[in-house]
Write a protein that binds this ligand. Sequence first.
Ligand SMILES: C[S@@+](CC[C@H](N)C(=O)[O-])C[C@H]1O[C@@H](n2cnc3c(N)ncnc32)[C@H](O)[C@@H]1O
Length: 304
Amino acid sequence: MTPNTAKVSGDPYEVLCAFLKKESGLIIDAQKRYLVESKMQPIIRREGLNGFHGLVDILINNKSAPLAKEVVETMTINETYFFRDKVPFDKFSQVVLPKLIETRPAYKTIRIWSAACSSGQEPYSLAMILDQMKAQLGGRRVEIIATDLSEAILAKAREGLYSQFEVQRGLPTPFLLRYFDQKGDKWQIKESLRSQVQFRRLNLLGDYNAIGNVDVIFCRNVLIYFDNAGKREVLAKMRRNLANDGFLMLGASESVLGTSTEFVADPMHRMVLSPADANLGAARRPAVAAPATPAALRAAILAG
Ligand SMILES: C[S@@+](CC[C@H](N)C(=O)[O-])C[C@H]1O[C@@H](n2cnc3c(N)ncnc32)[C@H](O)[C@@H]1O
């Protein structure tokens, strides 16, 4: 790419922050200027751009979609580890899954969505729990859909290859020995477990139709980077995908207080949230996969 000399009006740092918010929902405050500039420097140098101004000019004038994607991905925070915070996974195995097994007919697939899955530790932790609970599941099918904004992090997630440091964070040793193969100085999730997770790119600011109706959503440690309007938008959309008697799990430091009236926390299990309108009977909001008209409903019943 040739050096770009076009002028950007206003502070290019602020323009970049507005761009990041629009593309990903991420809010970056004024104190992060140095961090943002240092993260952008390698891209600016590699592309031979006219400094920060040159980069921002390319972004706001849509001159390079791949570069815009790279800039957004560079700014995402991918911190994650196996069984992160432990409690949500305990709640999943002790409260959520038993409830779903009790309330769902055996032929019905249980669908779990790990939104903002980063390098895969969250959905693979869920897959390990499901394997441990095979007997209780009694042959019932479970699907895990794991999504993230970043293609680069999804490629790592799909490969399921982790360093010694990564498998030492949160993963019980018996699980390491049971569910991983050693590959040189790294560890790879066994194919049998990898094949249980479908990884797909999805921007939480986009639409969720491709996800369909799900029973459980893990949406942890991503909404902390959004402003209230962004959080509200995501939670409202998630409500439409979640079964009326489904469950939403947020991160340890996240809550819906002051941002959403769509969900309520279980008083006994703080991190487990349910749709707030779950007890409204016929007035409940239909989930996305529900037939929209009486004719479609009749056809669905006839189709079994
Ligand atoms: C801190 S990680 C959290 C990973 C995992 N959920 C956990 O709690 O360990 C946040 C992830 O959110 C993703 N992310 C950020 N903005 C996003 C957006 N608008 N849509 C989808 N994913 C996004 C990032 O790429 C990153 O992988």
